[in-house]
Ligand binder design. Structure first.
Ligand SMILES: [Zn+2]
Length: 100
């Protein structure tokens, strides 16, 4: 089950710790998640999240999140990944030319 998501951490780039530190600094060490009114959470960010889940580790696809928002988003993504997805979407995620 969920074989395609279980190894996500293993696929992080070698310089992930550098990217992570730069994203946290860029985002002012504040959580970038928006509430239903479009206001930023602003809690101290401890995690760096992939905006679009997958292998795009470019800075444009990374954002700082607090632990709560990251856990909430990751659990939602895990639930979504366990459901079959339309073929169209799967192909878009696999596109290799999106590295920043
Ligand atoms: Zn937050």
């Amino acid at each position: 089950m969920a074989w395609n998501t279980s190894n996500r951490r293993d696929r992080l780039p070698r310089d992930w710790h550098i990217r992570r530190a730069r994203v946290l600094r860029r985002d002012g060490y504040g959580c970038q998640a928006l509430d239903s009114l479009g206001a930023k959470c602003g809690e101290p960010a401890t995690d760096v999240d992939h905006v679009n889940p997958g292998d795009d580790h470019g800075y444009g696809n990374l954002q700082a999140l607090c632990r709560w928002h990251h856990a909430r988003k990751s659990s939602a993504e895990g639930a979504a990944a366990r459901r079959p997805r339309p073929t169209q979407r799967r192909e878009a995620e696999r596109h290799p030319g999106m590295l920043a």
